[in-house]
Design a protein around this ligand. Sequence first.
Ligand code: PGA
Length: 268
Amino acid sequence: MNKKLYFGTNLKMYKTISDTLDYLSKLANLTKDISRDSLELFVIPSYTSLVKASEIVDQNLIKLGAQNMNWEDQGQFTGEISPIMLKELNLDLVMIGHSERRHVFRESDIEENKKVLAALSHGFTVLLCIGETLEEKKFGVSEEVLRRQLKIGLHDIPVARFHQLWIAYEPVWAIGVNGIPATSEYAESMHRLIKECLSELFGEEAKQIPVLYGGSVNPENAEDLIVQPSIDGLFTGRSAWQAEDFNLLIRGSLLAYQNRISKADACK
Ligand code: PGA
């Protein structure tokens, strides 16, 4: 079955406003001929870039998202950004629980849950990031960790809201300059587990919640990853930060996926 594939990048704390605008206009231009029926493309820039980015980007082509959000509408939370402030920017995507938020800034599953609930109630699509650390993997508790992050992170979410959820599976040991990418077999098995857990929480239909793989995605492994049946997209960091490279990675992956579908149809 043909499905829509998700490709996105988190620009972390890397690009200035002018770098971001330049990147976004190049990416929009390079990818504008790709049908958005088969592609959901999104970029998550810094807060400071979001204001101008939301003015220049056609979000039918590239959806913009925020890297984090507080759960309160307003209050004594110096340095934080509220859902209302993000709404003003005409955004409808917010990322919650990126591994750097969890591990550098010590955010807990309970905090992620408060953010997810607030974001959903404000009508955002939530990209919830989950993933086990190397230590947890070594102790053999990766599956328990993913289940815990999903069950607490998505606690109390009304079933009717599951359409507003996207999940990114990003093993912590695979992310960033020292990361070792997961093999496509390992990623597929974890994605299967995530989809199982989502359907326990929200019913069989929740298997449609897109689950993206992230963590050292690169031009060498992207095609193997995207053809896995339970992988619905790629959440890419470093390999996506040049618009030309990201465009090639997206096109290569879409083609690999189409070839797999055509082969499977031919065997029927
Ligand atoms: P990476 O980053 O692709 O550079 O490993 C992934 C991420 O942090 O989302």
